[in-house]
Write a protein that binds this ligand. Structure first.
Ligand code: DSN
Length: 475
């Protein structure tokens, strides 16, 4: 990196500080914090400076509701260029029939996906049957009947308890209020998805949609098997690949593990393992494309042209050969981390990993996930607590810690460093104890052995010294 980048950011922060110095100070501090800690949150990454730079532009000031070439505002020719480019990159990268790059987040992308399926499977056939062109032409009675039909639809998603996501039909999320939901789980012994049970449950439940994807499952999914089950029961297969999009883009997940050839609709975020700007995206097979393209204004506000421009940059990066090397390193590092933890006596859900996630079960240390997360944070290691299957501590305190390798792999750490990190984590877990209270051991308060947090922080800093974040960028 040359001096110019430092000058750009120094000047940008000085400009911000003229109006609100606190924002400039917090921004500098965020970089310092991200540089100094071992960032192991499975859903985070470090976007490149070109991706970050693409977000800070005047595209932010442009309204562009609609789609390229068909907008509800004048003067959208440049937004059209970047949106078309982002979609073309996405299609080429993932081998998709169609890409819709407007969703602002993963939840938005999933909502677009769900409504495209409802639209294609329920709304369009109803309009055809009644021989009307759009919903505005429906009589009050027919409209009421269509709304009630929407409300009767069913979705199956992976249980939250074994790593599924709230947006896969769970009650706190809008998807759980839209659909009747049934979860599928994992085998109690192997902790792997039980496809046989999933098939039997799907035959009984007859869902409109089967959702595949996870936020805390440390294994790959067989999407060919998922599609077979979906076809057997007449369901649409929807894959939420938010977590592992980078591994699909980087051709680590191929064949039956690549969701794109098997799913009818695929949604993703762009900022996790894919390493782009914060945002979402939907890929669709041809028959769902028109419905997906109606995301705005159906459920989305005006497209964020500046973020779409950054998606185009990130997707162009992901098409480079170096991204394949990066994606493979994510998986290799996760394996090294898992092996390092197992060797040091740490229990892992499913006994290991073959993606970017390692899910620790910390119950054998007699602490909760919350205590482990806090003790690790005190020691310069940023993770997040997560429940494990049948977690006795529930979703707040939990018995697990989720760890992911995409961010530190971006910094260049390899398998040897991830083995060292396994050692640091195991030491902190072993040196953390719950504080005794009148009602037994606290689930939140903890104590760390004298000096351990400081020693670990120093070791983490030393490790990171060799792998600077945005090298040459000094602020
Ligand atoms: N927040 C994302 C994650 O951490 O997995 C998913 O919602």
């Amino acid at each position: 990196m040359n001096q110019a980048w430092s000058d750009v950011y120094t000047k940008a922060l000085a400009l911000i500080a003229e109006v609100e110095p606190e924002v400039a100070a917090a921004t500098r501090q965020e970089l310092a914090d991200q540089r100094e800690s071992l960032k192991l949150i499975a859903s985070e990454n470090y976007a490149s400076l070109p991706v970050l730079a693409a977000m800070g532009t005047w595209f932010s000031d442009k309204y562009a509701e609609g789609n390229p070439g068909h907008r509800f505002y004048a003067g959208c020719q440049n937004v059209d260029r970047v949106e078309t480019l982002a979609a073309e990159h996405a299609k080429a990268l993932f081998g998709a029939d169609h890409a819709y790059v407007q969703p602002h987040s993963g939840i938005d992308a999933n909502l677009v996906a769900y409504w495209s399926i409802l639209s294609h499977r329920i709304e369009s056939p109803t309009l055809e049957r009644l021989q009307v062109k759009n919903v505005n032409e429906l009589s009050e009675g027919d409209w009421e009947e269509l709304r009630l039909t929407f409300a009767k639809q069913r979705v199956m998603g992976m249980s939250l308890d074994v790593g599924g996501h709230l947006t896969h039909g769970f009650r706190p999320n809008i998807s759980g209020k839209m659909f009747h939901q049934r979860s599928y789980g994992t085998d109690p012994h192997t902790q792997l998805i039980d496809y046989g049970k999933l098939r039997a449950d799907a035959k009984e439940f007859k869902p409109l949609i089967i959702t595949a994807g996870y936020s805390a499952y440390p294994r790959r999914i067989n999407f060919a098997a998922m599609r077979e089950i979906a076809d057997e029961v007449g369901a649409t297969l929807f894959v939420d690949m938010a977590h592992f999009a980078g591994l699909v883009a980087g051709k680590v997940f191929t064949g039956d593990e690549d969701p794109v050839p098997f799913a009818h609709v695929v949604a993703t975020t762009t900022h996790k393992s894919l390493r782009g700007p914060r945002g979402g995206m939907v890929l669709a097979s041809g028959e769902y494309a028109a419905a997906v393209d109606r995301g705005c204004p159906l459920v989305l506000g005006g497209p964020l042209g500046h973020v779409i421009a950054a998606k185009a940059v990130a997707l162009a990066e992901a098409r480079q050969d170096s991204f394949r090397t990066y994606a493979q390193a994510i998986a290799d590092n996760a394996k090294a981390l898992a092996e390092g933890l197992l060797r040091r006596g740490v229990k892992l859900v499913t006994g290991g990993t073959d993606n970017h996630i390692v899910l620790l079960d910390v119950s054998s240390f007699s602490i909760t996930g919350r205590q482990a997360e806090s003790a690790l944070l005190d020691s310069g290691i940023v993770t997040n607590r997560n429940s494990v299957p049948n977690d006795p501590n529930g979703a707040w305190y939990t018995s697990g810690v989720r760890i992911g390798t995409p961010a530190l792999t971006t910094r260049g750490l390899g398998t040897a460093e991830f083995d060292q990190i396994a050692g640091l984590i195991a030491d902190v877990l072993a040196g953390t104890t719950p504080v005794a209270t009148a009602n037994g051991a606290s689930k939140a308060k903890y104590a760390i052995a004298d000096g351990l947090a400081d020693r670990t922080k120093a070791a983490a800093a030393e490790l990171l010294n060799g792998f600077p974040l945005y090298p040459g960028l000094s602020l």
